[in-house]
Design a protein around this ligand. Structure first.
Ligand code: G1P
Length: 296
């Protein structure tokens, strides 16, 4: 069966980036000049996804971004700003995008369950709205290739440093073949030192529709939230669940350091900007030393 549909949960409070995320979803924070969620839609489309459901929490800014902007386009045309015009048009219509509100923010598992009707009975993809990749083939396409081979749920993973395991869903898995492993158990945000594995889920999943029945009655877990990880733990008592080690650079932009690192990494692809930044950066990072504070 082909993976045609995807859910992008984008309804979190973005607490680690407040106050920037007070009125704006964190998925809209720009990586230089492109919102994070645009990278994700481009990845989904390049992986063969045709229909996307974005689960939103507030405002209409994501809808507006993926809609045509006739007034702006007319303005740019009149001013002869054709490069800018190309930039605002190039990503419109990459896939059919639908929206649904998660009216109660009960966690990631709940956000995915909100997409049950949209998905129907077919296997589908999930792309977390605050994780994106520099990868070729695109990260999701690597997972879909795994699904085509194994016809079962596949979780995207990468190895993280030991002091980072408490930030992620961690997977205990037995190596299977190439980049794939067989999942034994999963733990959401385990305290450091309580688990040997450092294999973290990186926000890309292919799931069979059996997950919906499980999510339906999934009790809250870590942080009082309905956790996808807990539901996956129950899924693997019914069906095999595999991991796929994603080849590529992963960016988790949900916290200030990850966000800054993503911006710097993408700057690396922007010729002039990169050179200018290299000259400036040492000076900028010394700002505390050079500028006397008012208390001194
Ligand atoms: C979520 C998932 C977690 C995963 C992480 C990836 O956590 O619950 O399993 O490892 O995304 O970024 P969150 O970042 O929403 O706390």
């Amino acid at each position: 069966m082909k993976i045609r549909k995807a859910i992008i949960p984008a309804a979190g409070y973005g607490t680690r980036l407040l106050p920037a995320t007070k009125a704006m979803p964190k998925e809209m924070l720009p990586i230089i000049d492109k919102p994070t969620i645009q990278f994700i839609i481009e990845e989904a489309a390049a992986s063969g996804i045709e229909e996307i459901l974005i689960v939103t929490g507030k405002g209409k800014v994501i809808e507006d971004h993926f809609d045509s902007a006739h007034e702006l386009e007319y303005f740019l045309e009149q001013k002869g700003k054709f490069e800018e015009l190309r930039k605002v048009r190039e990503f419109i219509g990459l896939a059919d995008i639908h929206y649904i509100r998660q009216s109660e923010r009960k966690g990631l598992g709940h956000a995915i369950h909100v997409g049950r009707k949209f998905i129907g009975g077919e296997p589908f993809a999930v792309l977390l709205g605050d994780n994106f990749f520099e990868a070729e083939p695109p990260a999701l396409r690597q997972l879909i290739a795994g699904f085509d081979r194994f016809q079962t749920s596949i979780l995207g993973v990468q190895t993280v440093a030991e002091d980072k395991v408490s930030r992620y869903g961690i997977v205990d898995a037995k190596p299977l073949i190439e980049d794939f492993a067989y999942v034994d158990q999963l733990i959401e945000k385990p305290p450091i030192g309580t688990i040997a594995s450092r294999l973290a889920m990186v926000g890309r999943y292919i799931l069979t529709p059996s997950i919906f029945d499980i999510l339906e009655n999934q009790p809250p877990g870590v942080g009082g939230e309905i956790q996808l990880t807990d539901a996956l733990n129950r899924l693997l008592t019914r069906e095999a669940v595999y991991t796929c080690e994603i080849n590529g650079r992963w960016h988790d932009v949900g916290d200030p350091l990850g966000y800054l690192k993503a911006i710097l990494a993408i700057t690396g692809h922007c010729g002039n900007l990169k050179n200018d930044l290299q000259e400036e950066v040492n000076m900028l990072l010394q700002v505390d030393k050079d500028i006397p504070s008012s208390e001194q």
